[in-house]
Design a protein around this ligand. Structure first.
Ligand code: HPA
Ligand code: ZN
Length: 326
């Protein structure tokens, strides 16, 4: 269709992608077999039938279960390289990838195994496809700040490969304020700061992420629309919101895509961008997120191009690289 071709033709950035959430069911089975791990599901079809979520936690339970097949450097490499292959076909030219070290360290997989696999695949993707990249280490907010501090410590030998830190996992009951000290320490190490906020949690978590953690970008941030003063501030300071419409739909953050706030956010001047979060679980990569959102909200060509331009503006590319696209 015309819309699909238009979206395909726009160079895009992926700024909100959990690499563990790009583990497709068939690759999960392949790696499980290789590692002699028995999955709780008989087949790919069986597993995919379980991909029905009423909220964030129901998804996270399955996402952490799936990640248990990842043991060796080769597993993390393959996961990441398969992802890059896919998005290269979607005209994604720059990625900023989250990984969750604690999900793996807790199972006895060394930090070095996780990051070597991911980083080597990102390097190969850059050489083969020209996809530039940044890497963001996410702290799991359902765990303690002390655990996050240990992770920060373990990351330091690989500091040159890591561009920023984020905060993900179960949002309700785990406000940004729980992680003030570790974010401060992370900034002192030169890491850039982002945080998930206002996905399931209230708008107050967005304020906390900005004022207490000092993040430069908000992941999701849907709930800002509840607060005109906050919206004005996001516009004035041009704080990017990395929105994930299909994720929001699958996790019931919105009841239908027609209710998604992205068009209103663009109208207000918010630096909103569209991404895929956990594409293997939510049924869509970048182009599918653009396409379904465009259809539901009747987005114009100008709005779609604006979303992509916002992606470059919100990225951590240097000014020269950004200007090729904005
Ligand atoms: N929200 C919070 N944590 C996550 C998500 C999400 O959408 N995806 C993977 N970890
Ligand atoms: Zn996310």
């Amino acid at each position: 269709s015309h819309l699909k071709e238009l979206i395909q033709g726009i160079p895009k950035t992926e700024l909100h992608l959990h690499i563990e959430g790009s583990l497709e069911a068939d690759l999960m089975f392949k790696i499980a077999r290789r590692n002699n791990i028995e999955l709780a599901y008989k087949s790919v079809e069986d597993l995919k039938k379980a991909y029905k979520f009423n909220n964030l936690q129901e998804f996270l339970d399955l996402y952490y279960l799936g990640a248990q097949v990842l043991l060796h450097e080769q597993d993390f490499f393959e996961l990441t390289y398969e992802y890059l292959k896919k998005v290269h076909q979607q005209n994604v030219v720059h990625v900023e990838v989250f990984f969750d070290p604690q999900t793996h360290i807790e199972r006895g997989v060394p930090f070095s195994v996780v990051i070597n696999g991911i980083y080597n695949a990102l390097k190969k993707g850059e050489q083969e496809y020209g996809i530039t990249f940044k890497l963001i280490m996410s702290y799991l907010r359902h765990l303690s700040e002390e655990a996050a501090f240990k992770t920060l410590e373990e990351s330091l030998p690989f500091k040159e490969w890591i561009d920023g830190v984020g905060l993900d996992s179960s949002e309700l009951g785990n406000p940004p304020s729980k992680f003030i000290n570790v974010f401060k320490a992370s900034a002192a190490q030169g890491y850039k700061l982002v945080s998930h906020a206002g996905e399931e949690g209230p708008k107050e978590y967005i304020y906390e992420a900005l004022d207490l953690l000092k993040v430069i970008r908000i992941d999701h941030g849907n709930r800002c629309v509840d607060d005109e003063i906050l919206v004005k501030r996001l516009v004035k300071e041009q704080i990017p919101l990395t929105l994930c419409p299909l994720s929001n739909l699958e996790l019931k953050v919105v009841q239908k895509l027609e209710d998604h706030p992205v068009a209103k956010m663009l109208d207000k001047g918010i630096l909103a961008t569209i991404h895929s979060d956990d594409p293997a679980y939510f049924g869509g990569y970048m182009n599918e997120n653009y396409y379904e959102t465009a259809k539901a909200l009747n987005l114009s060509t100008t709005q779609l191009k604006q979303l992509a331009i916002n992606g470059f503006k919100a990225s951590w590319l240097d000014q020269e690289a950004k200007e090729k696209h904005i």
